[in-house]
Design a protein around this ligand. Sequence first.
Ligand code: SF4
Length: 377
Amino acid sequence: MTTLDRDGTIATQAARAARQSHPLLEVDRLSVHFPITRGTVWQRIVGTVRAVDGVSFGIAPGETLGLVGESGSGKTTTGRAIVGLVRPTGGEIRFEGRALGDGSGSNRSRSRRRIQMIFQNPFASLNPRMTIGNIVADPLRVHGIGREAERRARVEEVLSLVGLDAALVNRYPHQLSGGQRQRVGVARALVMEPALVICDEPVSALDVSIRGQILNLLSDLQAQLGLAYLMISHDLAIVRHISHRVAVMYFGRLMETADRDTLYKNPRHPYTRALLAAVHIPDPHIERRRRARPLPGEVPSPSNLPTGCRFHTRCPLREYLGRPAECEQVEPEFRDLGGGHRVACHFAERSGEVDGNGLPAVARQRRADAAGNGASA
Ligand code: SF4
């Protein structure tokens, strides 16, 4: 069985190796394309939005993979395709060794039951006309699991698992606080005893004071139940707190993936470096000295992505290198730099020559030295 340290890291190398050799979920070249149509009576397709465009990754039992990127990067669509809420255009999703969609109806339904989702907005995702008891029991009812009394007992069990009083079963969502509502969302996901939970921005709609509680709850449940998570978020601080590995997505493609510490300490893709440079630091002295700049260049249209590397219109490394032709002409391979650290950049080995703001490393060092001298003067 997989064991986790208190901080959520894997307890032993052996456990890590075991997890990597037996993935729970395998996503292989997944694509989700949406047609753009014109006309009201006779609709014709005039273009395509490639929301997810050939994405591959795996998640092991008991592991958390953080999926980060700006809004519109395709991370939520990836999660919704895994859970079956949107139909993939291409590629394959395998769960517990079996392709989702394969096999008899009962096998398909069993796999689908073992993958559940927690949604971003706990108020919008709960039916306001249903009681908490009925909301949590609904998946059991839909799948015809248990009798009424057994379902009631299971609902009380999961409510207690997520730290809610069983007396809330007769309340309605509007009678609960935001944090309680999100706990109901977690309970609804857990009632089916899933192995994998897709968490789509699970705390971004909550007050800052509640976020930590929900993240700690998710960590505790993982340690207790051996759950695997796909943690979708635009917030790199949250992903760092909870993930074992992190994947960075940009306009439908993975740009970089690595274990958490490697990615945060030694990011190799210019997009990851820019995202990290923009993370807010909760120290007013550091924050004042910092010069985080928004990425330059034009944000591409998702229906008309740039040729070659899709990040080339905004890439500070490309500017620093004098705009090499490969960036515009050849789509970079998602290559392994060693130890499972994979990057889609022709020049990843030179990414350390500029910082996340596109400033040469020499200038960065001079700035740091000047700041140090200023502080000591
Ligand atoms: Fe930047 Fe070129 Fe690397 Fe793309 S391939 S990230 S444009 S340096």
